[in-house]
Structure formats: C-alpha cells, structure tokens
Ligand binder design. Structure first.
Ligand code: NAD
Length: 349
C-alpha cells in the first residue's frame, strides 16, 4: 500500500474508492468543496496519480490519496484502522462493457470482489453509510421510458451483472444490519468535465463511449465518428441517450450522503438528466463547442442497442433535492476544454 500521508490522526472523513478515476475525481472536488474531508483510494489501473495534484489545485485543499487494490482485504482493513470513516463512496471498478464480454472472470473478480471486501470492512469497522456507483445498464433492454427505479432489472453483459450483483450484495447487507444506510446510484451517461479543464476522462485506448470518441475525432486523433444506426424511430434516426454533466452527477453524491445521514436504510436513485439527446445532437453540440466540423459515418446498428433510453429523475428530485443543471452545450464546452488540456499536458504522461 502506498500512501502520501505518513502518520495521520484519526478524523471523521469520507472514503472515496476509485477516487482518481473520471467520476471519482469530480466527486472528490464536490466533497472537498462541500466541506467534507476525503481520502481517495485507487489502484491506478485506469487512472493517473497526477490527478491528485490537479484536484488539490481546483479545491485549494490538500488531498489524501492511498494507492491500494481493493482485492487486498488486509490492506483495506489497515485503511479502515487508520481512519474513522463516517461514510464510504464506492466507485472503484472496471467499466468497459465490451472488455467485460471478453474477460468476464476478471470483471466479476474485480468488481464484485471489491464490493464484498468493502462491505466486509464497513461491517467490521462499523461504517454504516455507503454510496455505490451502479449503472443504468442494470435495466437491461427494458424499453419502458422513462426508466424508473422500481422497473424490472436484468443485464445483457458481464459488466452489467457485476453492478446488479453488487447491488444485491449491498441490499442483503442492509437487510442483515438494520443500522446500515446504503444509496444505490444508477448513473446514466456522464460526459463533460470540470469547468477548470483540469480533470476529465482519459481513456487509455480507443474509447467505446460516444463523447470521448467524438473528442478524439475533434482533436484529430481519430478520422471520423461511427454512428451505429440511422434508422431508429427517433428525432433524426440515431440512438437517443440520457447524457448528464459529470459535475451534476458528482453533486448528486453529496445529496445522497446527506440522505444517508437521515437513517433512510437502503435507497435507490437514478442520476440522469431525465431527457435524451440523439447521437447527431451530441455531435452538433461538440461542433459548436470546438468550432469545427466533426466528420461522422453511419454504420450498422450494434446488436443489443435500443432506440431511446432516458431516466425518470422524479425520485432523486423529490427525495434528494437534486436535479441536473447543465445542458448538452455546457457538457460539450467543458469536455472540449478538458480535451485541449489533456492533449497539451498529459498525452504522453
Ligand atoms: N463512466 C460511465 O459512463 C459510468 C456509467 C455508469 C456507472 N459507472 C461506474 O462508475 C464508477 C466510476 O466510473 P468512471 O467512469 O470514473 O471509471 P474510471 O475507470 O475512470 O474510474 C474507476 C477507478 O477505479 C479504479 N479501480 C478499478 N479496480 C480497482 C480495484 N480493484 N482497486 C482499486 N481501484 C480500482 C481504477 O483505477 C479507476 O481509477 C465505476 O464503477 C463505473 O462502473 C460509470
């Protein structure tokens, strides 16, 4: 275990797993800005240590970081020994749907294993408030829009199953421990970046998600965007998804933590915008943001893709007092700002 802390006094604080990742770095900023003390934990398998300094630059606060693989249960116990956590936000995990089909065992071992180890530590060290990063993918091919939290679940790939299994594990933990409060947050499609341009998503390879792919085309690293299908029953024939600014998503975690402090037991919330944008609308927003044409080509539909997917966000609005603020143009502007910083400063890091 590597830590930049040395000897640290026990303080009440929030453990953020996956804290150096795309969403984690934004949650870290919102936690710090809302007065929480935060400890980031990550094995850096899909993120960089340098983000810790950039989070500190944005927040003007020191950031505590521990490099640890969550599959190391003894190491995780040592972290819980060191701190007096009053809450845990669990984001660590592998997230590439296609890769999960090729390497299912790695995904189950890592994502489900990390959740079990974390839950064991929370039980052992009596940490009763847990926020978990689930995904809209747990709704499977459910086509009843908007998707509500009580809709049927079921998955079509191993990644999705790791989320649904982790949800079930945490649900059972909540059932067995009446003092436990757990928020299952089902994210829709986070895109964009912090308005400082200092943190954002940095996919290692060719991205499989639309927004990072569009950004690579906009910055000349890829020739054109492949648009999978233009004959769906939608505004322009291309698929419609619920994109949410990553900063809005990150803020939702603070509301969820506040909710847990009311001793709510297990709760489930969609975090989306409650509105869909088509692929062509997304490309157009990025063209406005970067001031250049973004070439695209229509290709075959992908197996398993549905025409339209968006969240019902009523429950989060009513019970968390949370609602997404930023529209697609802001997502594109901030995403483009980050892409320029990334290409200039981090590309070869
Ligand atoms: N980005 C999305 O579109 C999206 C949508 C729905 C849900 N989610 C979920 O949200 C979470 C965060 O996603 P993200 O986009 O920030 O991904 P990310 O890959 O940028 O962040 C995940 C972080 O977890 C770390 N990690 C993975 N396995 C670990 C382990 N065993 N021990 C310690 N650290 C480990 C990685 O190094 C990475 O920094 C993930 O669980 C993901 O499945 C993401």
């Amino acid at each position: 275990m590597d830590s930049n802390l040395g000897e640290v006094a026990k303080t009440n604080t929030v453990l953020l797993t996956g804290g150096t990742g795309y969403i984690g770095s934004h949650v870290a900023v919102e936690l710090a800005m809302s007065g929480h003390s935060v400890v980031l934990l990550d094995n850096l398998s899909n993120s960089r240590a340098s983000v810790v300094d950039r989070i500190a630059q944005i927040t003007c606060k020191p950031v505590q970081f521990i490099r640890l693989d969550m599959l190391d249960y003894e190491g995780l116990c040592a972290v819980f020994e060191q701190y007096n956590f009053d809450g845990v936000i669990h984001l660590a995990g592998m997230k590439a749907v296609g890769e999960s089909v090729e390497k299912p065992l790695e995904y189950y071992r890592n994502n489900v294993g990390a959740t079990i180890n974390l839950a064991r530590c929370c039980c052992k060290y009596n940490v009763v408030n847990i926020v978990f990063s689930s995904s809209a993918t747990v709704y499977g091919t459910n086509a009843n829009m908007p998707l509500c939290e009580d809709n049927d679940t079921g998955c079509v790939n191993p990644y999705g199953w790791t989320k649904l299994m982790s949800e079930q594990i945490l649900r059972d933990v909540a059932r067995s421990r009446k003092d436990c409060n757990i928020a299952l947050l089902r994210y829709f499609n986070p895109i964009g970046a912090h308005s400082s341009g200092l943190i954002g998503e940095c996919p290692n390879d060719i991205p499989s998600n639309l927004a990072p792919y569009v950004l690579k085309v906009a910055s000349g690293q890829l020739p054109y965007v492949r648009v999978f299908g233009n004959d769906y029953d939608t505004v322009d024939g291309t698929g419609v998804r619920d994109y949410i600014h990553v900063v809005d998503l990150a803020k939702g975690h603070i509301n969820a933590l506040d909710k847990l402090n009311t001793n709510c037991g297990l709760v489930t919330y969609n975090l989306g915008r409650g509105k869909g944008y088509s692929v062509l609308e997304v490309i157009a927003a990025f063209e406005r943001a970067c001031g250049r044409k973004i070439p695209y080509k229509f290709v075959q539909r992908r197996a398993g893709d549905i025409a339209i997917c968006y969240a019902s966000v009523d429950k989060a609005r009513e019970q968390l007092g949370w609602q997404a603020q930023y529209d697609i143009d802001q997502m594109a502007i901030d995403g483009w700002k980050w892409q320029q910083y990334y290409v200039k400063n981090l590309f070869n890091e």
